[in-house]
Design a protein around this ligand. Structure first.
Ligand code: TYC
Length: 86
């Protein structure tokens, strides 16, 4: 039987203070999304409270979540994301 390596979703969480522009920038920079994809994902998070930015192996997902938090902190935004097993 073939075993597939487990996958982890990086889930962006909505808040009232992070700008839409910054979330789109994050999605393009760390999740390699196009402008259009980034806008769609950002608006979904804004509307639904959460949304998947990307799905990766555990180490890559943790690294991306860390990078998001670091950049958000450096800009003074409270943007949060979580790493969730698929
Ligand atoms: N709700 C934010 C606003 O109205 C935008 C936003 C979207 C913030 C997605 C975080 O993960 C987020 N400025």
């Amino acid at each position: 039987e073939l075993k597939h390596p487990p996958k982890y979703a990086v889930v962006l969480l909505n808040d009232d203070y992070t700008t839409m522009e910054f979330v789109v920038e994050v999605l393009k920079r760390y999740f390699n999304k196009t402008e259009e994809e980034s806008m769609q994902i950002m608006l979904r998070v804004h509307r639904d409270g959460r949304g998947v930015a990307g799905v990766y192996s555990f180490d890559i997902a943790e690294t991306k979540a860390y990078q998001v938090h670091q950049l958000a902190k450096s800009r003074g935004y409270p943007l949060k994301c979580s790493v969730e097993p698929q």
